[in-house]
Structure formats: C-alpha cells, structure tokens
Design a protein around this ligand. Structure first.
Ligand code: ADP
Ligand code: MG
Length: 559
C-alpha cells in the first residue's frame, strides 16, 4: 500500500496536472470507512479534457461483510458482482461512472467479488484540475470522501437490501440450472409459463408493461416441468432438438418469441420477464447480411456452379450477397461449435430459404446456384446434431422437414404439428435438391491478419453495438444480433487480442480449437482480459468473438 491518500493529494495541490500520474500503480488507504478500503489510480487522466481516469476501489471481505453463502460459487460471485455494480451505478453521482449493463447478467470488469468475499469496483473518475493544475482539495473530496461513501452504501452488506440480493442470486442460479438441464431433457430451449417476452421498444430492452401484454402460456403438447433449485417445479414450453418451425400470422408474436430464445443464452435480472427463458449455450442466431466479407468458407452445400465460375468450396468475397452471406454465417456458426441455429424470415434471404415446386419447374436446377436451407436443415440435425428453430410464416415447404410446428396465435403458441404433417403428406411436386449437409471445413486464421495493435499497443473501442474498432480496422457487427451490450463489443476486441497474444491463433490451430482455449481461459472470469486492458467491458461468448473475426476485412486463413 502506498500510504495515506488524503495527505498525498494535499501535497500535490497546485502541481501540474500530469503529476496525477505519480499516484498510479499503488493502493492507498482512502478514508476512515469502510475499514480497510483502498483506492488505486489504475490509469491517470493525461489532462482535464482527456477521458477520465480509471480507479479501482477495493473493499476487504471483513468490511464488505457478505455471508459466505452469497459468494460461495462462481455463479453466485458473478450474480453478486452484477447486483453490486447496479447498486453502485444507481447511487453514483454524475462524475463517477460505473458500468452496470442492462437486462442481462454478464461477467463485467466493473465489479468483481473474490473467492474470499472482497469486492473490487472499477470505475471512471474525472480528476479535478482547473487550469491544468491539480486541485488537491477537490480530488480529496472525490477520492477520499465521495468514493468511500459510495463503497459504503453500494458495496457493503449492511447497507443493502438482503432480500433483494438473495432474489437476484437465486434468479441467476435458477436460470443457469435451467439452461444446464436442457440437454438432458432433449431440449434446445425452454420458455416458462408466465414469462413476458415483448420489450418496451426496439431501443428499450426492459419488459413491455400494461394490459395488452400477454404472458407466455405453453401448449399442452409441448409442456415440460423442470425442477429448479429455488423456484421449484416450473412448467413451460420445451423446444425439442431437431427442426422446429414457428408459423402464424404477421404480428402474432413469432419474432418476439425467437428474440427471447436468442437472449436465452444469457441470464436476466429479476423482473425482466425472461428470467426463466433459457436456450442452450451453443445457440447462434444467423441471418442475411449483404455486403459482408467472407473468407475461404466452404459454401458448396448452399451454393454451386456460380455464373462467374468461382469455386464455392473455397469461397471468398468482399461483398457477399444476401444469400451467400447467410450461407456463410450458417457454416461459420457450425464451425465455431453451434448446436442450435435460430433463423427468422424477417432477416433471412428468401432465395436461400425456399424454392418451391413452381420455381423448380420454371428454373432448372442447373441454372440455380442456390440449394435452399429447407433441403439441408434436416441433415444438419441428423448428421451433425445441429438443431434449428425457424420462423417462417410465408411458405409451407418447411412443414415436410420440421419435427415440430408451433403456431403463434395472438401471442399464444399452439402445437399444430399433426395438422402440418397431414398437409405435408399431400405432394406438391417439389423435389429435394440435396441429401446431406457436408462436414464443415475448418480454417486456421493467420494471427498477423487479426492484429489489433497500433504502434505496438492493442487498440479496441466500441461504437455502441454497431461496430468494433480493432487496431486500424472497423468491424461491422450490426448483424451479430446476440451481442447484447456495447461493453461486450470491447470484450470481443480484447478476446481477439488475447487469442493473438497467447498464441492460441498460431496459423496452424483451427479457429474452433483456438476458441476452446479461449473458453478455458475465460471460464474463471474477466481476469485474462483485464490484464490486457483495464477498462469497462463484459465477457463475450465464443460465437460473437468468431463472428467479429469472420467480419474482419483483413482476415486470412489457411485450411
Ligand atoms: P411477428 O414476427 O409474428 O410478425 P412480432 O413478434 O414482431 O410478430 O410481434 C408484433 C408486435 O407484437 C410487436 O410490437 C411485439 O412487441 C408485440 N408482442 C409480441 N408478443 C407480445 C405479447 N406476448 N404481448 C403483447 N405484445 C406482444
Ligand atoms: Mg416477424
């Protein structure tokens, strides 16, 4: 520890602003309470107009005072840390910015609870210095009075609502238990009865409210009861492995259901409405995204004999079409380890999804490069164990290949599988255009092509959830829809930096194997990414890391 912060700051009063830097790298005692609290200036601000300084506040377990059962497992520590970050963000005044995220409970750099119950809060603090001179008194007030007071009110058990903490942790634990129970039940997703799926608006992820909201209610045929550690027996709709088709009239809630499944890979805060909506960890939403880059992906299952004569087993483009971009995203998701694909007609390329009997009659197979997904989706499950949940209100061709058909009707799901199978038994004259989905060709990225450094330093910034700036390049991630938080975009950039720095990408190792190493390293939390850069970020999933890498315009691979 570096000694007494108030005294040090008083000594620096009036010194040039840059002297704040002399405080970095040491932990200071900063106030009378909470007992043992330390403050560390991780990164000083270079001048009063530069981005704020990074400060880490640590409260020892004895002062934080949480009962051991609240931090006894990694899941509980993550939940408790998320709760504390949200409290700190709510209580902090405008100067102190604490990253607390939205409706999802993610591992974040802003707050950590250690195995022993100590709490560390990392936040951004503007250091006072009018006229480019250190204002020692204002700095003392900020760092030695307001910060400790915030720690006392937001990070110490005694000041918090114990019942709310318990509810938060139990909610996360149940969600986790539900997700982990899915494979054993033969399910890819579960939506609890009573869940609230619609959101307030396209830009407000909180639950919709009011009398028009229809809570979820499972159809009897798909009703499953799951026993959870805290909620006990919970009933809801189980989405089975295989191919599940969601049909129904426009505006009846199909996309809303699918979006809830997309978000079901994450845990949600109490009151979200989706606390007990869970999808398998390895669930990936895929969609069309014309204009994206594709680097040496084997697309021949979907695309063959292009008019340009290009080899589609080793396909690259800087400007993919809707159909080729979606085909690439499907193959890349499987390459990265997806076990469940989610597809919505609203964001899919029609010509990759369907080709009906009349079109087959008019345009001969030899003149059509595309093989529609309808002829591959069954094999993807049978041969590769990859399930699909697909929203398709506009074509009946998927009835033949779907194991289950769910109809959304006034926001209520009904199982219409039997009727759909009767209809599917009536021949339409349509012929299948493929019999098997081929094995994925794995690629080994060249680490130099993923380099995110500028003059030797890793450069990572997020533009909301739209773009990742990595080194000299901007990666468009708007179509990577399961990125749920702009801080995850920063996490993706850091994860790419880690893949390169650790040598996980070495030019020979496949992307999938490198992602396995990344997962193993990040299993214990944000530590490895924090050691690259102390700033606000949230842990990304391997699939979003892969998606960003696949959209890098510089990527090169061998295979
Ligand atoms: P679809 O994809 O079938 O056309 P959407 O899922 O886009 O329909 O839903 C249409 C509208 O209905 C959206 O504004 C959505 O927020 C709203 N909505 C969806 N589910 C519910 C629900 N359970 N209760 C109330 N409104 C809902
Ligand atoms: Mg829709």
């Amino acid at each position: 520890s570096g000694g007494d912060l108030p005294e040090t700051l008083r000594r620096l009063d009036g010194a040039p602003y840059g002297r704040y830097r002399s405080l970095t790298g040491r932990r200071y005692a900063a106030g009378p309470a909470p007992e043992g609290l330390t403050v560390e200036l991780v990164r000083a601000q270079t001048d009063p107009y530069a981005p704020p300084a990074r400060v880490a506040v640590q409260v020892p377990a004895s002062a934080a005072g949480f009962p051991a059962e609240l931090y006894g497992t990694p899941v509980r520590r993550r939940a408790l840390a998320c709760f504390l970050a949200r409290r700190a963000a709510a209580l902090a005044d405008d100067d102190l910015s604490v990253d607390a995220g939205g409706q999802e409970v993610l591992d974040r750099s802003s707050c950590q609870v250690s195995e022993r119950g100590a709490v560390t809060l990392r936040l951004n603090v503007p250091l006072p210095g009018p006229g480019r001179r250190i204002d020692g008194r204002a700095a003392e007030d900020l760092l030695c009075r307001r910060l400790p007071r915030l720690a006392e009110r937001a990070l110490c058990h005694g000041a918090l609502d114990a019942a709310a903490i318990r509810r938060f942790i139990e909610t996360v634990e149940d969600s986790r238990a539900l997700r982990e129970a899915l494979p054993g039940l033969g399910l890819v997703a579960f939506v609890a009865d009573g869940a609230v799926l619609p959101r307030r608006s396209g830009v407000d992820d909180r639950p919709a409210t009011g009398p028009s909201v229809v809570p979820f209610r499972s159809p009897e045929e798909l009703r499953v009861t799951v026993e959870l550690p805290h909620a006990g027996a919970v009933s809801g709709m189980g989405v089975p492995e295989g191919v599940t088709l969601v049909v129904g009239g426009g505006f009846h809630g199909k996309s809303t259901l699918l979006r809830a499944l997309e978000s079901g890979v994450y845990d949600h805060v109490p009151g979200d409405g989706r606390e007990l909506v869970a999808s398998r960890h390895e669930t990936v939403k895929v969609r069309a995204e014309d204009g994206r880059r594709v680097e040496r992906v084997d697309l021949h299952a979907f695309v063959s004999h292009l008019p340009t004569g290009q080899d589609t087993t080793d396909f690259r483009t800087d400007n993919a079409s809707g159909s080729t971009s979606q085909a690439a995203s499907i193959v890349e998701a499987v390459e990265a380890g997806a076990r469940v694909l989610l597809v919505d007609e609203d964001t899919a390329a029609t010509n990759l999804m369907i080709r009906d009997a009349r079109m087959q009659a008019l345009v001969a197979k030899e003149r059509e490069p595309l093989t529609p997904f309808v002829d591959l989706v069954g094999s993807l499950h049978r041969e590769h164990g990859v399930s699909t949940v697909l929203v398709m209100g506009g074509s009946g061709d998927y009835m033949e290949v779907a194991g289950r058909v769910v109809m959304m009707d006034g926001y209520r799901p009904a199982d219409v599988t039997a009727r759909a199978k009767e209809l599917a038994a009536v021949p339409t004259g349509r012929r299948a255009e493929a019999d098997a989905f081929p094995a994925v060709v794995h690629r080994s990225p060249d680490p130099a092509s993923v380099d995110g450094t500028v003059r030797g330093r890793l450069r990572v910034t997020a533009r909301g959830t739209d773009a990742l700036v990595l080194g000299e390049h901007t990666v468009d991630v708007r179509a990577v829809e399961q990125i749920t938080d702009s801080r995850q975009v920063v996490g993706i950039g850091l994860a790419l930096g880690l893949l390169v720095r650790e040598g996980h990408l070495d030019g020979r190792r496949t992307l999938a194997a490198a992602l396995d190493l990344l997962d193993a390293q990040l299993a214990a939390g944000v530590g490895p990414l924090l050691s690259l850069r102390d700033e606000d970020f949230a842990l990304p999933r391997r699939f979003e890391v892969a998606a960003a890498l696949n959209r890098l315009r510089t990527l090169s691979v061998t295979r």
